[in-house]
Design a protein around this ligand. Structure first.
Ligand code: BGP
Length: 481
C-alpha cells in the first residue's frame, strides 16, 4: 500500500445551497440556487423568476445545516476530519450582492461554524462561490456577463478575508469554474438567466449566447486573480486554489480522429480554465476555438497582467467519473452520458449514468501534475446512490465503501508515481441536495439524513457503515482501506 504524506488533509465536502437551508433566515437574500426547483434523472430542474408558492425548492430547507451545524461538525470531528470543505453563501454576507454594508448576522454565522470546526482540529477549506450568487445580480446586471460583478465579488472577498483572517487559510474562488465552458452552465455558473425556465442540457446556442458565457467566464477569471492577490495581501498564510470539474476524457478507439477529439475535450474541458488560473494566461488553443464558434469576448487593458499576477497556489478538482468520446456520429448518438460522450465498455456506471473509473483518477492526477507542477487536491469524489435504512435503523452502504476504497487506492498510486496531493474531501460527506437534479435521494454521505425527494422527513442524522470505515481510513492515514 502507498504511503500518504503525514499532513495529508483527509476530510469531506459540502456546499451552502445544498445543505444549509435557512434560505431567508437572519437577513439572507435570495440566491440563484433558491430559484431552482427539484427535478430528477428525467426531469430537468426549473429556474423560476419568482418564488412560486407550493413549488419544491430544495435549497430552502435542504438538510437544515443552518440549525444543525454543531451536531454535524461534531460528527465530522468523530470521523477524524482534518479539513472540512464548505462554501459561504454570498447572500448571507451581501443579501443583494451590491449592498454597501455586509449583513452582520451572516458574518456571525460563519464565524461560529469555523470556530466549531477548530474545536475538533478541523481546518476549514472555504469555497467562496459554489454554484450560487445573489439573484438580484442576475436580474439587475445580467449576472457575470456584467463586468461590475468583479467589483461586487471582490468586496465580498475582502469581507471574508478580513473577518475570518484567523480562522480560515484555505480558499477556493469558484466551484467548477469550467462549467461555463459548457452550454448548460450559464445559470448555475454565471447567473445568466436562460430564455426558458429549464436548465439547458445540450441545447443549441447562438454565437451571442456562447460569447456571453465566455465573457462571464473571463470576468470570473479576472475576479479570481484579483481575489488571489487580495487574499495574499490580507493574510500571508492564505492558500488560494482554483476548483475545476474533472472531465477526464478518453478516445473511444485508437483512430486518430477519436484521439484528436479526446484531446480537444481535455483541452476545453479542463486545461482551458486550468491554464488561465495556474499559468496566468489563455492557452494556445483558445484562439481557434473562439474563432470557430463565433465567440467574441471583450478584454480590458490590464486584464492580461491581472491574470498573470493572480495565479493560484494549488489546483483542486472534482472527480466522479471519466468520459469517452468518439468521432463516429453513430456512436455519439447512442451516448448515455450527456456530459462526456459514449459508453465505455470497460466501465460500470452509477444509477445516474456516471461511469465509475477509479484507475482514471490515477491517470488524471498524473496528467494534471505533469502540466502544472503545483500541489493538487481532490475536493470532490464519491458515489451518488440510493440508500436503504434497515429495520434496525442501519445503512449498509458497502457499494459506497467499494467506490471510495478504489479511488483512494488510485490516489495512493498517483502519490507513489510522484504526484503531490494535498488532501481528499469526498463529496457530500453528509447527505445533501443533488446539484444536477435537486434530489435528496441521490446520496453521497457517510451520514444519512432522514429526508426524501418530496422534502419530508425528520432530518435525523444516522451514521452509515461507511462512517466507521472512513474513520478507520483517516486514523491509519490511508493504510487500512
Ligand atoms: C459537482 C458539484 C457539487 C455536487 C457534485 C455531485 O459538480 O460541485 O455541487 O453536487 O457535483 O453532483 P450531483 O449533486 O449532481 O450528484
Amino acid at each position: 500500500m502507498q504511503k500518504f504524506p503525514e499532513n495529508f488533509l483527509w476530510g469531506g465536502a459540502t456546499a451552502a445551497n445544498q445543505c444549509e437551508g435557512g434560505w431567508n433566515a437572519d437577513g439572507k437574500g435570495e440566491s440563484t440556487a433558491d430559484h431552482m426547483t427539484a427535478g430528477d434523472l428525467h426531469t430537468p430542474r426549473r429556474i423560476t423568476r419568482t418564488i412560486e408558492e407550493g413549488a419544491n425548492y430544495p435549497s430552502h430547507e435542504a438538510i437544515d445545516f443552518y440549525h444543525h451545524y454543531k451536531e454535524d461538525i461534531a460528527l465530522f470531528g468523530k470521523m477524524g476530519f482534518k479539513v472540512y470543505r464548505l462554501s459561504v453563501n454570498w447572500t448571507r454576507i451581501y443579501p443583494n450582492g451590491d449592498d454597501k454594508e455586509p449583513n452582520q448576522k451572516g458574518i456571525d454565522f460563519y464565524r461560529s461554524v469555523f470556530e466549531e470546526c477548530h474545536k475538533y482540529g478541523i481546518e476549514p477549506l472555504v469555497t467562496i462561490s459554489h454554484y450560487e450568487m445573489p439573484y438580484h445580480l442576475c436580474e439587475a446586471y445580467g449576472g457575470w456577463t456584467n463586468r461590475r460583478c468583479i467589483e461586487f465579488f471582490l468586496n465580498y472577498c475582502r469581507t471574508l478575508f478580513t473577518e475570518y483572517k484567523d480562522l480560515v487559510k484555505y480558499w477556493l474562488t469558484f466551484n467548477e469554474i469550467n462549467i461555463l465552458t459548457n452550454s448548460f452552465g450559464g445559470f448555475m455558473g454565471g447567473g445568466i438567466l436562460p430564455e426558458t425556465d429549464r436548465m439547458a442540457f445540450g441545447q443549441a446556442e447562438s454565437s451571442e449566447q456562447k460569447s456571453a458565457r465566455f465573457q462571464a467566464l473571463h470576468h470570473q477569471f479576472v475576479a479570481s486573480a484579483l481575489a488571489v492577490k487580495l487574499g495574499h495581501e490580507i493574510g500571508s498564510e492564505n492558500k488560494i486554489g482554483c476548483m475545476i470539474a474533472g472531465m477526464a476524457s478518453y478516445p473511444y478507439t485508437c483512430n486518430p480522429d477519436d484521439v484528436l477529439l479526446a484531446q480537444n475535450r481535455m483541452q476545453m474541458g479542463n486545461y482551458f480554465c486550468g491554464d488561465v488560473m495556474v499559468r496566468g494566461a489563455y492557452p494556445h488553443f483558445a484562439k481557434r476555438y473562439f474563432q470557430e464558434n463565433g465567440i467574441e469576448i471583450k478584454m480590458e487593458p490590464g486584464d492580461e497582467e491581472t491574470l498573470l499576477a493572480g495565479k493560484v497556489d494549488f489546483y483542486s478538482f472534482s472527480y466522479y467519473m471519466s468520459g469517452c468520446v468518439s468521432a463516429d456520429p453513430e456512436k455519439t448518438k447512442a451516448a448515455g452520458n450527456m456530459m462526456v460522450g459514449v459508453k465505455n465498455p470497460y466501465l460500470e456506471a452509477s444509477e445516474w449514468g456516471w461511469q465509475i473509473d477509479a484507475k482514471g483518477l490515477r491517470w488524471y492526477l498524473n496528467e494534471l501534475y505533469g502540466r502544472y507542477q503545483v500541489p493538487l487536491m481532490v475536493v470532490e469524489n464519491g458515489l451518488g446512490a440510493r440508500d436503504t435504512v434497515t429495520e434496525d435503523g442501519k445503512i449498509h452502504d458497502s457499494y459506497r465503501i467499494d467506490y471510495l476504497r478504489q479511488h483512494i487506492e488510485a490516489m495512493g498510486e498517483a502519490i507513489a508515481d510522484g504526484v503531490e496531493v494535498m488532501g481528499y474531501t469526498p463529496w457530500g460527506c453528509i447527505d445533501l441536495v443533488s446539484a444536477s437534479t435537486g434530489e435528496m435521494e441521490k446520496r453521497y454521505g457517510f451520514i444519512y439524513v432522514d429526508k426524501g425527494n418530496e422534502g419530508k422527513g425528520t432530518l435525523k442524522r444516522i451514521e452509515k457503515d461507511s462512517f466507521a470505515w472512513y474513520q478507520r481510513v483517516i486514523a491509519t492515514n490511508g493504510e487500512e482501506l
